[in-house]
Design a protein around this ligand. Structure first.
Ligand code: HEM
Length: 227
């Protein structure tokens, strides 16, 4: 496997882990949250440098519905990332508190909340779109997987995604996305692992939704071509 591909995988895994940790905000500590937020920004830049070929071709060629959907997701992620960073700088109480940008705290709070939750959903959907590619890469490492294990993994995924529906509702993620709740509730008595498990389940759910949605789009496009 090429060095560039390995770096891409490492960066993508790093971003996924950071995203989950960032969603825990105060549960991992305010200062740690800010450091991880800055780390996420760094990885986001590296991710785009590594995928610069895709960006260069953005104005070239025909746009199929799938390509349009992929581009909408990428633009949405770009906006939420910019929103998280900008509002994060204004709200910073530790790492970047020395910066003289402090105005509009209440607007920044709303922007941070919307950007964080929409960003979480959009990044998870984006992951789902590239799931086929990741499975393809994993297959290069593992030559043969017993069929029983494949079905077992599929069964577990269905269960986790099903639980993700419950976790999405129970954690009020939709409410935060629509700014229906102005403050996020964090239960400090709850073990961090339970919080992370719920967000992982929501992520698995969104990955599955977009994996099958994009698979359907590819199928329809192929059928149309064949006619
Ligand atoms: C992709 C990057 C980021 C994500 C996903 C993220 C996520 C979150 C979440 C889920 C919360 C709790 C909900 C809320 O109050 O809005 C939060 C709060 C907060 N974050 Fe971030 N964050 C990111 C980047 C940053 C950065 C770079 C900083 C600062 C350097 C930062 C500083 C803060 C602060 C100060 C709060 C508390 C806001 C308040 O007082 O209401 N965040 N973030």
């Amino acid at each position: 496997m090429k060095q560039n591909t390995i770096l891409k995988i490492v960066v993508d895994i790093g971003m996924t882990v950071l995203l989950l940790l960032l969603m825990t905000y105060e549960l991992i500590g305010e200062a740690m949250h800010e450091w991880l937020g800055i780390g996420m920004f760094g990885l986001f830049i590296i991710h785009h440098i590594l995928n610069r070929k895709w960006i260069r071709s953005i104005v070239k060629g025909k746009y199929t519905p799938l390509r349009l959907w992929q581009t909408v997701l990428v633009i949405g992620i770009l906006l939420t990332m910019a929103g998280s960073m900008y509002s994060g700088i204004i709200l910073s109480k530790h790492v970047l508190s020395f910066l003289p940008i402090k105005g509009g705290q209440s607007l920044a709070r709303n922007v941070h909340m919307i950007s964080a939750y929409w960003g979480f959903v959009l990044m998870s959907l984006h992951l789902g779109l590239h799931w086929v590619m990741m499975i393809g890469m994993a297959k290069r490492f593992v030559k043969e997987v017993p069929i029983l294990l494949i079905w077992l993994l599929r069964g577990i995924t269905v269960l986790v995604a099903g639980y993700g529906v419950y976790a999405f509702i129970q954690r009020e993620i939709g409410q935060y996305m629509l700014l229906k709740n102005e403050y996020v509730f964090f239960d400090f008595q709850e073990p961090l692992i339970f919080f992370l498990a719920d967000y992982i389940a929501v992520m698995v759910l969104l990955v599955c939704i977009n994996h099958f949605f994009s698979k359907g789009m590819r199928y329809v496009a192929q059928k149309r071509k064949a006619v």
